[in-house]
Design a protein around this ligand. Sequence first.
Ligand SMILES: Cc1cc2nc3c(=O)[nH]c(=O)nc-3n(C[C@H](O)[C@H](O)[C@H](O)COP(=O)(O)OP(=O)(O)OC[C@H]3O[C@@H](n4cnc5c(N)ncnc54)[C@H](O)[C@@H]3O)c2cc1C
Length: 336
Amino acid sequence: MCSIKLTESRGTNEDKRMHMTDIMRGDSPTFSFEFFPPKTPEAAELLYQTIRDLESYMPHFISVTYGAGGSTRDLTHDLVERIQHTTKLDPIPHLTCICHNEEEIEAILLRYARSAIGNILALGGDRPRDIPYDKSRDSFQHAVDLVKFIRRFNESGAHPDRRGFGIGVAGFPEGHPATPNRLVEMDHLKAKVDAGADYMVSQLFFDNRDFLDFRERCALAGIHIPIIAGIMPITSMSGLKRIAELAGGARFPAKLVRALQRCENDPEGVRRVGVHFALEQCHDLLDNNVAGIHFYTLNRSDATRVIFDSLGIPRRQSAQAPTVSSSYKGRKRLAN
Ligand SMILES: Cc1cc2nc3c(=O)[nH]c(=O)nc-3n(C[C@H](O)[C@H](O)[C@H](O)COP(=O)(O)OP(=O)(O)OC[C@H]3O[C@@H](n4cnc5c(N)ncnc54)[C@H](O)[C@@H]3O)c2cc1C
């Protein structure tokens, strides 16, 4: 079990359950935050503080990442359920193909369905670095296969919402390193959408032109689901190096590098530059009618709060109630 303790329960799952199509129904862009499951009690405490700090902002959803090892995976499941049961926030778990067979994925989907989790982000997954990995043992080779499986699960009637889980997928404005052919890559992305994805969250990027061009290329390819922009404020020079390593291929514009170099020996200056840069990105994205902005928080709330406040966005009072009727129909067997 996750060792963090959150606030008192404030509402039932039924109050909060939101399919992504309901979340996206409003005219204004969505705002959301991403967390990763903590590994130590100290990290858990920090995350608890972060979630509490951000809860008053009523983001449209928060998402929780998924690792490759068994124990970190349990932390994701536990954290998602705790958030669902003890806060006003609407959690979206990430789920990956890596190191999973069909039975395991089905069990996870059932668990989330019973907790009335509304949406899932379906991903290929990063290859584990610290445990042995044999890809041939995975039931799903690409995210598209996972999307299809979740779709079948949805059709089985096992979810309390008759539409089942809203399904999200990842998009890469600068291109995914595993597919250098950008036309072929777009075909793979389109296949995920055709398989049943309801929305897309982008990899982080630092040049909005990459995102806006990607969005146009998606439209030209016949991809018309909402594309939420992933923004990560840089808050330290070490964080910058970590991003470069984790988000392989990420481009750092000269304007950003120059500004960071000017203050590289002043940690507070670096933080201010990083936050200001991300804020300008957000303003420009909002001017360009972005569907939503997703903040990669790295489990810290300060930078995200400064940006959110500076954007002048009115805080939502509460989540809207789901607009569709839903009924629990029981579960049919999942057929291939
Ligand atoms: C918003 C976001 C959240 C993320 N969260 C996590 C997380 O929680 N945990 C984690 O481990 N990783 C996470 N990642 C990283 C992600 O899992 C990796 O970058 C992964 O390599 C790609 O994921 P995908 O879902 O795009 O995979 P896929 O859609 O499977 O694509 C992976 C690569 O395979 C190619 N491909 C797709 N279909 C085919 C096909 N039929 N034939 C041949 N090639 C194909 C694609 O073009 C791409 O190059 C996240 C990424 C993003 C953008």
